[in-house]
Design a protein around this ligand. Structure first.
Ligand SMILES: [Zn+2]
Length: 191
């Protein structure tokens, strides 16, 4: 079945995503090509969904006094390129041409500092709950779109736990990699 594409990349912007500006980014090192997609999960407070706190967090606008957990991350300045909410809505915080702060200390295929050359995608989720079907279908569509734009990422899809083992556990045991890979292939075949 042929589907109309919902997403398109123009000048580092994902058309089809809601644009929300995060101040937490800088330039990628010169002559650095985008070579990797890193999948994460995040929920604020942990394992609770909705509320808009993740969006506020990535904008440095989270009121730390609103929840005891928030005090444990007070002052952290992080971001991601994309966030996929439980509803399937996609938010873009950082242009793909810029370096978002999602991976931290990390290594992929012996190459350090994954933020330099990767695109970060956060799924609203946790290590202890399944993700929504709509999150998988949107994620697959977004990754297929990114692969068409940045061919070097074709074979390079990793979880945060893969590039920062021992330090990070996301996207966690509920994230279904085979399903994600199958949906990406299916989406491409349908185009
Ligand atoms: Zn992560």
């Amino acid at each position: 079945m042929q589907q109309a594409p919902s997403f398109q990349v123009i000048d580092g912007q994902l058309i089809g995503a809601r644009q929300v500006v995060s101040p937490n980014y800088n330039q990628r090192p010169e002559h650095t090509e985008i070579q990797l997609v890193v999948v994460h999960n995040i929920s604020l407070p942990p394992s609770q969904f909705g509320g808009g706190y993740i969006e506020q967090f990535f904008q440095n606008q989270l009121d730390w006094s609103q929840h005891p957990y928030f005090q444990t991350i007070e002052g952290m300045q992080v971001s991601t390129h994309l966030l996929i909410l439980r509803t399937g809505e996609v938010l873009q915080f950082v242009n793909f041409n810029e370096r978002a702060w999602h991976a931290g200390r990390s290594t992929y295929l012996a190459k350090k500092d994954c933020n330099d050359y990767s695109i970060g995608i956060e799924l609203e989720g946790s290590d202890d709950q399944p993700f929504e079907d709509v999150q998988y279908s949107i994620l697959a569509e977004v990754i297929a779109t990114l692969q068409a734009t940045y061919p070097k990422i074709l074979q390079h899809l990793a979880g945060h736990s893969d590039i920062a083992p021992g330090r990070k556990t996301d996207p966690g045991p509920f994230f279904d990699w085979p399903k994600t890979r199958a949906l990406i292939q299916q989406y491409k075949a349908d185009q």
